[in-house]
Design a protein around this ligand. Structure first.
Ligand code: COA
Length: 532
């Protein structure tokens, strides 16, 4: 047994201040999440209800097993853009008849459920999650198709939505679609490409072209029902496999279909006995200093998320700016890599590379806990081969085949973001804490670099350099980079799968680990050439 000994004092002034600051950030994010929950606003929600229809989240709630959790993704998608926060679609993992499924639901209260560029990115991300983790897909469809004013951004890349569905099916991953309202034009290919299709009597309308378009194209006068009603698709075209009496009946049909999939997860089962961490998750709120330049001990985080706080640290004396070690989380074995003092040196990069290889040998998923300012710069570090060593770590992360989970706890700057399995390194899931910040470098450093470059350029041209302009430029750039580094901004751009309350970290990771075990968990046979 190697239980972590915590030295946290929850009554210290510093802890209390950190906690207050984080609670403040959480409250701010709650307000942003509320925008996604509000959908198109009271007017459209009421109109939808008056039509006797359920909201997207209500449909999801009825599909999933009673009291089963729903792990929602990308709730802040489109944040900071001209589109509604949430991007008019809800995605997440829910348990249906005991089977973990990837569920997507259009929000018809937001511009008729039409897909804008962020809806597309969010849906494609959900498809990626389904494919990588081998999760059956349930689509709850009611959408006006492409958001027409943004068609240039979505028409061509949007084809991938349908391609993904058939490729999921070809990979043996079942796809089930229920159409609650409109599925027009491209939208008609969602049921078209799905293994199972459920439609709702007098509600579903699935056609390549609605009455006006048909009239324009061929001159034919046709009614909605004859063109694409549930009854027609159930009796005549055969596109509908089940015709439900109403929405609730459609949801019952979905659940029956999933119950008959005879679905089996491939990964090993978790340990039967799971012990909770020995320390209170509440204390996670007080660990991260408000100033991200001040490091904190990630073992205090690890102690509050792993089973029994039992952690076998690997190479604790070597490269101690990175903590590596083995644990279980909700009964699943994991290897953890966690930044301890921000900067990654050659030793840390080499230690990480070895550790990632070991995890691949043992078919053990990896958890990356990010709080890094990047790899060390400076002449002596360059001469000692920091590029080679950093590349080695990035090579290992890129070619590792065990599932990766990433949590950005604090800073995520520079190539540290890459080496610690940032978004571009395709972790199966990536979540961010509300205080986290990510950018190519810190705002002050970035503004400073720009200033030095501008000063040198002026000198090269023999021009005077205006210090007043320089100060204004630095201030403006710092403000811009700071706002672009924030969790909501990054989450809005789908650079993570969601911003979570640090206290939920163990639960979220447990759900993710369970999901990744729907697929095989197998390490890599080989890596790229390591530069030594
Ligand atoms: N692109 C952009 N905006 C759209 C849209 C689309 N595809 N579909 C609907 N909207 C907008 C509407 O203009 C309306 O905006 P407003 O309230 O500001 O006026 C809002 O979304 C709600 O639409 P509304 O028609 O009032 O809702 P509804 O529930 O009665 O009908 C649809 C929904 C989807 C049946 C209907 O809007 C429709 O037929 N849309 C066009 C579908 C289509 O042909 N798409 C082609 C895709 S390639």
């Amino acid at each position: 047994m190697s239980v972590i000994k915590s030295t946290v004092d929850p009554n210290s002034v510093e802890h209390k201040e950190n906690r207050e600051a984080l609670l403040d950030k959480l409250a701010g994010l709650d307000a942003e999440h509320a925008k996604a929950l509000a959908g198109g606003g009271p007017k459209y929600v009421e109109r939808h209800r008056k039509r006797g229809k359920l909201l997207a989240r209500e449909r999801i709630e009825l599909v999933v097993d009673q009291d089963a959790p729903f792990l929602e993704f990308s709730a802040l998608a489109a944040w900071g853009s001209d589109y509604q926060v949430g991007a008019s679609v809800v995605t997440g993992i829910g348990v249906v008849e005991g089977v973990e499924c990837l569920i997507t639901a259009n929000d018809p209260t937001v511009r008729g459920g039409a897909s804008n560029p962020w809806t597309l990115r969010k849906t494609l991300r959900a498809n990626d999650i389904a494919l990588a983790n081998r999760l059956p897909v349930i689509s709850l469809v009611e959408s006006g198709g492409a958001d027409l004013p943004s068609q240039a951004e979505i028409f061509i890349p949007g084809g991938q939505m349908f391609r993904d569905l058939t490729r999921l099916s070809a990979a043996g991953i079942p796809t089930v679609t229920a159409v609650f309202g409109n599925a027009t034009a491209g939208g008609a290919y969602v049921p078209g490409m799905s293994d199972y299709v459920i439609m709702v009597k007098e509600r579903s309308k699935v056609f390549l072209g609605g009455p006006p378009l048909v009239k324009m194209a061929t001159g034919e006068e046709a009614e909605d029902e004859a063109l694409g009603g549930a009854d027609m698709h159930g009796r005549v075209s055969g596109l509908a496999d089940y015709v439900a009496a109403d929405e609730v009946d459609a949801i019952r049909n979905i659940r029956r279909v999933v119950a008959r999939l005879n679905w089996r997860k491939r990964g090993p089962e978790p340990r039967a006995t799971v012990l909770e961490p020995r320390y209170d998750a509440e204390e996670l709120l007080g660990l991260v200093p408000t100033d991200l330049r001040i490091p904190f001990d990630p073992r205090e985080v690890i102690a509050r998320i792993i089973d029994d706080s039992d952690f076998d640290e690997f190479k604790p004396r070597y490269g101690d700016s990175l903590v590596t070690g083995w644990a279980t989380l909700h009964g699943y074995p994991i290897g953890i890599l966690a930044n301890a003092r921000g900067v990654l040196f050659s030793e840390e990069a080499q230690k990480a590379t070895q550790f990632i290889q070991l995890a691949n040998r043992a078919d053990t998923p990896l958890l990356f806990l990010q709080n890094t300012t990047g790899y060390m710069v400076g002449a002596s570090y360059e001469q000692a081969g920091i590029i080679k060593h950093g590349s080695m770590m990035i090579n290992a992360v890129s070619n590792s085949k065990v599932p990766h989970l990433t949590v950005v706890m604090g800073a995520s700057y520079g190539a540290g973001n890459y080496g610690m399995c940032g978004r571009a390194y395709a972790p199966r899931f990536l979540f961010t804490w509300p205080n986290a910040k990510s950018a190519v470098m810190g705002p002050a450093q970035l503004a400073g670099v720009l200033s030095i470059v501008a000063r040198q350029a002026a000198a090269a041209k023999g021009q005077p350099y205006n210090d007043e302009h320089d100060a204004a430029m630095r201030q403006m750039v710092e403000g811009q980079i700071e706002s672009q580094s924030l969790a909501a901004f990054l989450s809005g751009r789908l650079y993570d799968d969601g911003v979570i309350d640090p206290r939920d970290t163990r639960t979220v990771l447990g759900l993710c680990l369970s999901a990744v075990h729907s697929n095989d968990v197998k390490g890599a046979e080989g890596f790229g050439v390591f530069r030594m």
